[in-house]
Design a protein. Structure first.
Length: 263
């Protein structure tokens, strides 16, 4: 009987979370790493400036489920900031390339405000609403002082969660974490001094660590999203191209204008 070879699953977290790194493509990969018995360890390769807080939370939770069953190592290849750092907290060990930038512990909420632009071009918005704050995320007006305070509460709650997870996962004093949670970035050496990473090394270091923790030989398998096939009729050739581009741009603007929580 042939036995499947024990392997290290490798998943890349590369790019802005929520736009390039999407939950719908990353979560199935993490589920496979968790449930497939041939994978005895998981190596996360992280190069991300952060992004959407909700997506970072989903990926962190999924990676945490893997970590409950098998060793997880994070390898920082370049940038591990904010939501990228948050995802790295799921790992038992973190290795970073010597010239990596690590940190940016913090949260922010952004909303596009186009009121001045609308006024310049002679546009205004007529709004009939069911409650005073129904359009607090709308781009045609800035938030009121009361609404800003409400948004600050959301930011503060998410920030507290961030600080608590850093303290718990990196086994650091919460007060110390608060003192470095200024949004600033640190070089790899300083990040190690602060306890945000464990080792300075390269991919070989991370692979050796993963294999040693799992007690297996260094056999790896990259898990990547499958590329979807689209029929030619939907590729945007001919008359539909302009319409598809317009729809895509409008959808992006609509999503950004509505406000977003970042980490």
């Amino acid at each position: 009987m042939l036995l499947s070879k024990k392997k290290i699953a490798v998943i890349e977290i590369d790019g802005t979370i929520g736009s390039k790194v999407k939950a719908e493509t990353t979560l199935p990969l993490l589920a496979r790493a968790e449930k497939d018995s041939k994978f005895k360890a998981l190596l996360l390769i992280i190069n991300s400036p952060g992004g959407a807080a909700a997506t970072a939370e989903e990926i962190f939770m999924a990676a945490n489920r893997v970590a409950a069953k098998k060793p997880v190592v994070a390898y920082v290849r370049g940038t591990c900031a904010s939501g990228g750092l948050y995802i790295s907290l799921s790992a038992h060990k973190v290795v970073a390339l010597s010239n990596s930038a690590i940190g940016s512990i913090g949260v922010m909420f952004t909303k596009l405000v186009a009121a001045d632009l609308m006024q310049k071009v002679g546009l205004s918005m007529s709004v009939v609403k069911s409650a005073a704050h129904k359009d607090m995320f709308a781009p045609w007006r800035p938030p009121t002082a009361e609404e800003t305070a409400k948004l600050q509460t959301i930011v503060d709650d998410t920030f507290e969660r961030f600080v608590n997870v850093v303290a718990e996962k990196r086994k650091l004093d919460r007060g110390k974490v608060r003192s470095i949670a200024t949004g600033e970035m640190f070089g790899a050496r300083k990040a190690k001094e602060l306890g945000l990473i464990d080792e300075i090394g390269d991919m070989e270091t991370a692979l050796d660590m993963s294999a040693k923790m799992a007690g297996i030989k260094r056999r790896v398998q990259y898990l990547r999203p499958k590329r979807g096939w689209r029929p030619i009729a939907r590729l945007g050739f001919g008359a539909n191209l302009g319409e598809e581009i317009t729809e895509a741009v409008y959808a992006k603007m609509e999503a950004e204008a509505g406000g977003k929580l970042w980490m």
